[in-house]
Design a protein around this ligand. Structure first.
Ligand code: BDP
Length: 766
């Protein structure tokens, strides 16, 4: 095992009784008409790289059939034949169109409830039927069925019904720039390159003029592996380039290569999308079809027609192309404001251009001003709120077109390990919104630190926005998850986007445990109410081992790992203490050219205390939340301690819930985070006998580095804060070594209170 199959390695089932049952209940495969409806293919002679072990399939049902043969064959250590006739033990996959068995055995009212992507898995008189309304849904069901075996579940009396809560479940792979994970060449720190085909990229695209030499397009083995892995968790969109977009991606040469990639991904239900630059029409490479800067008026024909022409060119090669993602007027990227228009005009101009082609625009809201006369965190809502609220000629509210999603990061700053929820969720009411989560670990240890982010996203989706209706009554459904799945505000179009972590490393994500974040993202994009611990348990069984002690220990490591990163990097709500550029090491003392990129701007350290006052007495950012939340954040006593310094300049002597002064608590937090890593390293060592040598060794080496770097964070930050607090280092002089409960198990030796490692997820009914 080298990790290159991710969670689809299909280890042989070890438990004898389970194996016998599985062999009896999954003894043949029936997929009628598996190749009857080949999906569109633009590129003739598409081939997998020489020597590749993956294969190109022509339809989703063929993909399902092959995956079953491969997965069952490997797990049951016997050939499971593909046959035409159903007999006891058959696993039948299909849709009402493709399969006689589905038509006769699954009542149509059961299928009606599934929608286009949902599936059911049902035991019927000794065989199993996996059915959906579309071929892709049947493929999702196939992966769902295989997952049962991969996680040692009984498959005797199955009656599973699954349908995604959200329609668009996308990866934005920030290839290659900012590839924090998955890069085979650099272990730590991002690349600064920019194009697919450059160092670290998962894609081997040829640069302009090179395709003939490279004999491209060729489909690399790993594209198919990735397609299978993404489909196995229901990802259905793949934006392949960085948001700081290069126009190369919309040149004919790249479009050809993208079309080949789209052809390979299509059977897996994955649509391609691209990030673009707002001012691409002025690029001389597109001459004679270039515009002048004056023609970048998003309300007029030249701009819109240009984008329609370009999108049409893409659609001819990629008929199901999903659309464009736009980072405009953000961190130096061009946008409508450069030409006297606002974000609404820009988004609507692009949207009108692609609407006739059935495409959509994802317009990012990650905007802030260079001139920080006010709190950077307030910027997005200041820009977009009024557009969302604007009364339209027909009396409705909200100016932004329906084929636009505003794509907003979970927190108001920038993917910090813990942030309060972004007030845009809830406060924006009349605009389709996509949430953007960061799978690649930019601020959470990159490809060095073991940080399972499932619990973070669980916290995000379950965060209470405090949303009220017009009369001020709390909405019954007001969690971030409800906003995103459309149920809170009645939106029909829904979307979740994860910034991906795929690169050219053997295991595709750099750290073996980063795979768990891709897996968890997909599972939660499908159903945000899933429990991150159960997801970790599934992933561990699928990826590492079926042995229950091993699984238990690995899951325990994973469950506390994110909180420990928070503790030794940015505890108690202190955001963005990273040194410039790299976003890996600490730099609390740094003041950069721009204040709002500077750790000192965020920490506001002085002799009084630490943290940024964003309450009513400070920047007033808290007022962007619904009133109940604003009140809570305005008062230092009611602000959750894990968000304290997001909202308050906390005096060094402030008494914390533990009874300790803030300074002591802060130091303990740093220490606790480090101790957790030490505990993980030791626990991992103890698992050596039950794990494969290569991956065990690779994770072991990462954990050693992880521990050293966690210590560096603690030592640098604490020493720097001490120059302001002037206080003694607290020592462990009492009953401070409190046992910590992580994932149901108690561990000794952490110097902090128990609840720090347990998830505080409000009850669904609340
Ligand atoms: C920041 C990254 C930067 C991205 C930016 C964004 O450091 O590379 O371009 O987010 O989301 O976190 O646009």
């Amino acid at each position: 095992y080298d990790g290159s199959q991710m969670w689809l390695g299909y280890r042989p089932v070890e438990d004898e009784r389970l194996l016998a049952a599985y062999r009896r209940l999954a003894s043949s495969i029936v997929v009628e008409n598996a190749t009857a409806d080949p999906v569109h293919r633009h590129t003739d002679d598409l081939t997998v790289e020489p020597g590749g072990s993956e294969k190109l399939v022509t339809s989703s049902l063929e993909a399902a059939r092959d995956e079953l043969a491969r997965g069952l064959g490997a797990m049951l250590d016997t050939d499971v034949p593909v046959v035409d006739e159903v007999s006891p033990g058959a696993v039948v996959v299909g849709t009402p169109d493709s399969s006689e068995v589905v038509r006769s055995e699954v009542p149509s009212r059961d299928l009606d409830r599934l929608g286009p992507e949902g599936y059911l898995i049902r035991s019927v008189r000794g065989h199993t039927v996996v059915a959906g309304n579309t071929e892709v849904a049947a493929l999702y069901g196939t992966y769902g069925f295989l997952r049962l075996l991969q996680t040692s579940k009984p498959i005797e009396r199955l009656n599973e019904v699954e349908a995604p809560k959200v329609q668009d479940r996308w990866i934005d792979n920030w290839d290659v720039e900012r590839l924090y994970a998955g890069n085979a060449d650099t272990d730590k720190g991002p690349n600064t390159g920019g194009l697919a085909g450059e160092d670290g990229s998962i894609f081997d695209f040829a640069a302009t003029g090179e395709s003939a030499d490279k004999n491209l397009p060729v489909i690399l083995d790993r594209y198919i592996t990735v397609a299978r892995a993404l489909a196995s968790v229901g990802i259905n969109g793949f934006n392949i380039n960085n948001v700081n977009a290069k126009n190369t991606y919309i040149t004919p040469e790249y479009i050809e290569q993208e079309a080949a990639l789209a052809d390979a991904l299509r059977p897996y239900g994955i649509k391609l999308a691209l990030s673009i630059r707002y001012d691409a029409p002025t690029d001389q490479r597109f001459a004679p079809d270039t515009l002048t800067a004056e023609q970048l008026d998003p309300t007029k024909a030249p701009f819109r027609d240009w984008w329609t022409r370009r999108a049409t060119m893409i659609k001819e090669a990629i008929p199901d192309f999903a659309g464009f993602t736009v980072k405009a007027n953000s961190e130096g990227q061009p946008g409508p404001q450069d030409f006297g228009f606002d974000h609404g005009d820009g988004a609507n101009g692009m949207a009108a251009a692609v609407e006739p082609l059935g495409m959509q625009i994802k317009w990012r809201t990650f905007v802030y001003n260079a001139d920080v006369d006010e709190d950077r965190l307030k910027r997005a809502y200041l820009e977009f709120g009024p557009i969302d609220d604007e009364v339209q000629p027909d009396g409705s509210r909200g100016r932004i077109a329906d084929n636009v999603f505003l794509q907003t990061k979970n927190g108001p700053l920038d993917f910090q390990a813990r942030e309060p929820v972004n007030p845009m969720f809830g406060r924006m009411e009349n605009t389709n919104q996509a949430i953007e989560l960061q799978i690649t670990q930019e601020y959470t240890g990159q490809s060095t630190m073991l940080a399972y982010l499932g619990p973070m996203w669980q916290e995000v989706f379950n965060a209470d926005t405090g949303a009220t209706d017009e009369s001020g009554r709390l909405l019954p459904k007001r969690k971030v998850g409800h906003i995103i799945d459309g149920t809170a505000q009645g939106h029909e179009r829904t979307s979740i986007v994860g910034v991906g972590n795929l690169g050219n490393a053997d295991n595709l994500t750099g750290h073996h445990f980063s795979q768990s974040n891709l897996f968890a993202f997909g599972r939660m994009a499908w159903d945000w109410t899933l429990d991150s611990r159960k997801i970790a348990d599934d992933w561990t069984r699928m990826t590492w081992s079926g042995d229950s002690r091993t699984v238990h220990e690995i899951v325990a490591m994973m469950m506390g790992s994110w909180e420990s990163v928070v503790s030794y990097q940015t505890p108690l709500g202190i955001g963005h203490q990273f040194n410039a550029d790299i976003h890996y090491e600490p730099g609390p003392e740094e003041t950069l050219a721009r204040p709002d990129w500077s750790p000192t701007y965020y920490n506001q350290a002085d002799a009084v205390g630490l943290g940024y006052d964003r309450s009513a007495s400070g920047s007033g950012f808290s007022a962007q939340y619904f009133p109940s939340l604003a009140e809570r954040f305005d008062d230092i006593e009611t602000t959750p301690e894990n968000l304290l310094m997001w909202f308050h300049h906390v005096p060094w002597g402030h008494e914390m819930n533990s009874g300790r002064p803030f300074w002591d608590e802060l130091v303990y937090r740093y220490q606790m985070g480090v101790q957790y890593v030490t505990w993980m390293r030791r626990t991992w060592d103890s698992l050596e006998p039950s794990l494969d040598a290569r991956r065990f060794g690779e994770v072991r080496a990462k954990l050693a580095q992880h521990e050293a770097d966690a210590e560096m964070w603690r030592d640098e930050c604490v020493a720097y804060w001490q120059t302001f607090s002037g206080r003694e280092m607290p020592t462990d002089d009492g009953p401070t070594s409190i046992a910590v409960e992580i994932a149901g198990k108690t561990y000794d030796g952490f110097d902090l209170s128990q609840d720090e490692y347990t998830l505080d997820v409000p009850d669904e009914s609340s």
